[in-house]
Write a protein that binds this ligand. Structure first.
Ligand code: ZN
Length: 66
Protein backbone atom coordinates (compact mmCIF):
# COMPACT_ATOMS: atom_id res chain seq x y z
CA UNK A 1 0.00 0.00 0.00
CA UNK A 2 1.63 3.23 -1.09
CA UNK A 3 1.94 5.96 1.46
CA UNK A 4 3.06 9.41 0.49
CA UNK A 5 4.46 12.08 2.73
CA UNK A 6 4.98 15.78 2.17
CA UNK A 7 8.55 16.84 2.87
CA UNK A 8 7.56 20.40 3.70
CA UNK A 9 4.78 19.94 6.25
CA UNK A 10 5.11 16.17 6.86
CA UNK A 11 1.48 15.58 5.93
CA UNK A 12 0.97 11.94 4.95
CA UNK A 13 -1.80 10.28 2.97
CA UNK A 14 -2.61 7.54 0.52
CA UNK A 15 -3.10 9.77 -2.48
CA UNK A 16 -1.91 13.24 -3.35
CA UNK A 17 -3.87 14.82 -6.15
CA UNK A 18 -1.71 15.92 -9.10
CA UNK A 19 1.40 15.15 -7.08
CA UNK A 20 0.81 18.01 -4.69
CA UNK A 21 0.26 18.13 -0.97
CA UNK A 22 -3.40 18.87 -0.09
CA UNK A 23 -2.34 20.59 3.12
CA UNK A 24 0.27 23.08 1.92
CA UNK A 25 0.23 22.65 -1.87
CA UNK A 26 3.88 21.66 -2.08
CA UNK A 27 5.18 19.35 -4.80
CA UNK A 28 8.00 18.15 -2.55
CA UNK A 29 6.57 14.72 -1.86
CA UNK A 30 8.24 11.46 -0.91
CA UNK A 31 6.74 8.01 -1.12
CA UNK A 32 7.48 6.94 2.41
CA UNK A 33 7.22 3.26 3.27
CA UNK A 34 7.02 1.74 -0.21
CA UNK A 35 10.46 2.89 -1.25
CA UNK A 36 12.57 0.62 0.93
CA UNK A 37 10.63 -2.50 0.01
CA UNK A 38 11.03 -1.75 -3.68
CA UNK A 39 14.71 -2.66 -3.81
CA UNK A 40 15.07 -6.45 -4.06
CA UNK A 41 18.01 -6.27 -6.49
CA UNK A 42 20.64 -4.94 -4.10
CA UNK A 43 22.91 -8.03 -4.01
CA UNK A 44 22.07 -8.91 -7.61
CA UNK A 45 23.17 -5.51 -8.85
CA UNK A 46 26.43 -5.90 -6.95
CA UNK A 47 26.93 -9.35 -8.49
CA UNK A 48 26.33 -8.04 -12.01
CA UNK A 49 28.67 -5.12 -11.35
CA UNK A 50 31.49 -7.36 -10.10
CA UNK A 51 30.92 -9.82 -12.94
CA UNK A 52 31.25 -6.96 -15.40
CA UNK A 53 34.52 -5.89 -13.81
CA UNK A 54 35.85 -9.44 -13.88
CA UNK A 55 34.91 -9.74 -17.55
CA UNK A 56 36.62 -6.43 -18.28
CA UNK A 57 39.79 -7.51 -16.46
CA UNK A 58 39.72 -10.83 -18.30
CA UNK A 59 39.35 -9.08 -21.67
CA UNK A 60 42.25 -6.77 -20.91
CA UNK A 61 44.36 -9.69 -19.67
CA UNK A 62 43.59 -11.64 -22.83
CA UNK A 63 44.58 -8.73 -24.99
CA UNK A 64 47.97 -8.44 -23.35
CA UNK A 65 48.77 -12.13 -23.19
CA UNK A 66 47.02 -13.56 -26.20
ZN1 ZN B 1 2.56 19.69 2.76
Amino acid sequence: MPQYQCKDCSFSGKRFKQGRCPACGSANIASGTAKEEDKPRGPLGLLICSALWIYLAFAIWQRYTG
